[in-house]
Design a protein around this ligand. Structure first.
Ligand code: HEC
Ligand code: HEC
Length: 237
């Protein structure tokens, strides 16, 4: 019988502290670097921030099929391996100071796809691209923000246009929230952004760029924290 790693962690945790020796590892327990089970890897490394089943955590809803459809494998692997600079998303690959082997990073990417991807996640609609390719206009973005975001965000729990919030969040992550939405917190995607039934037009790619430029200007107005938009060329493998 295989003893789940979680049981081992618990056994180690309850072992009397300070008694000077460690319990021998039962031979049936795989070494941490040999674990390739997605559920185990996800629980141990991701669930605290992204939620137990990919939703309802403090960080973005990874179980959202639209998010899964928006991001490609190489980019997903890159964020997990090297982290997102200047944000709270850590680097997990051993080559970047993390604990996971390349095989484990690949197992997480494959497991996320199996668990959370859905065919035709956008119901035939074409979203703006995941990565920003052209610049945005902050002034136009301010107007779009007033018209399309402030209806919910003028008094929302999270003051998303405040420098304090923006200092912690990179541009790419703002983009992901705006395009794919985050169903676990009620953030709509780019084309269901009007909940009032008056069928507002979907946000265009340019409008998304402009809103990001506006939010980035609010961030840098207070502190000079740069965004973390990846250059597509920086995506490895
Ligand atoms: C300490 C908290 C924390 C942990 C642990 C963590 N993440 Fe994250 N993750 C974040 C935050 C915060 C962001 C958004 C970064 C930002 O604000 O720009 C993020 C972003 C991401 C993104 C990119 C989102 C986007 O916009 O495209 C992916 C993918 C991701 N995390 C996957 C994972 C996976 C898989 C794991 C486990 C191997 C993991 N994360 C563990 C906090 C965490
Ligand atoms: C239909 C209402 C609604 C609209 C429209 C809306 N949002 Fe949100 N958004 C929410 C809710 C609800 C949350 C959850 C947090 C909260 O309550 O403040 C949220 C959260 C977010 C977050 C993530 C906060 C976090 O947890 O890190 C971002 C970023 C965001 N919204 C950006 C936008 C932008 C930019 C627009 C305009 C393009 C927009 N939202 C339009 C309802 C909305």
């Amino acid at each position: 019988m295989r003893i789940p790693v979680s049981a081992l962690v618990l056994a180690v945790a309850v072992w009397p502290a300070g008694c000077g020796f460690h319990p021998p590892l039962p031979e049936t327990v795989p070494r941490p670097s040999e674990v390739l089970n997605f559920g185990t890897l996800y629980q141990q490394n991701c669930s605290a921030c992204h939620g137990r089943d990919g939703s309802d955590g403090p960080a973005i809803d990874l179980a959202n099929p639209e998010y899964e459809a928006l991001i490609d494998d190489a980019t997903l692997r890159k964020w997990i391996a090297v982290g997102m600079p200047e944000t709270q998303m850590p680097a997990f690959a051993q080559s970047n100071g993390g604990m996971l082997t390349d095989a484990q990073v690949n197992a997480i990417v494959a497991g996320m796809r199996r668990a959370w991807s859905r065919p035709n996640a956008f119901s035939g609609a074409v979203p703006p691209p995941y990565a920003q390719t052209t610049g945005g206009d902050a002034q136009r973005g301010a107007k779009t923000y007033q018209e399309r975001c402030a209806i919910c965000h003028a008094n929302s729990r999270q003051q998303i246009a405040s420098p304090a919030y923006l200092a912690l969040v990179g541009d790419q992550s703002l983009r992901s929230f705006i395009i794919a939405g985050s169903p676990d917190i009620g953030q709509p995607d780019w084309h269901h952004d009007s909940q009032d039934g008056n069928a507002a037009a979907p946000l265009s790619a340019q409008e998304v760029n402009n809103v990001i430029a506006y939010l980035a200007s609010q961030r840098s107005a207070a502190a000079n924290v740069s965004g973390n938009s990846p250059s597509p060329a920086a995506v490895d493998k």
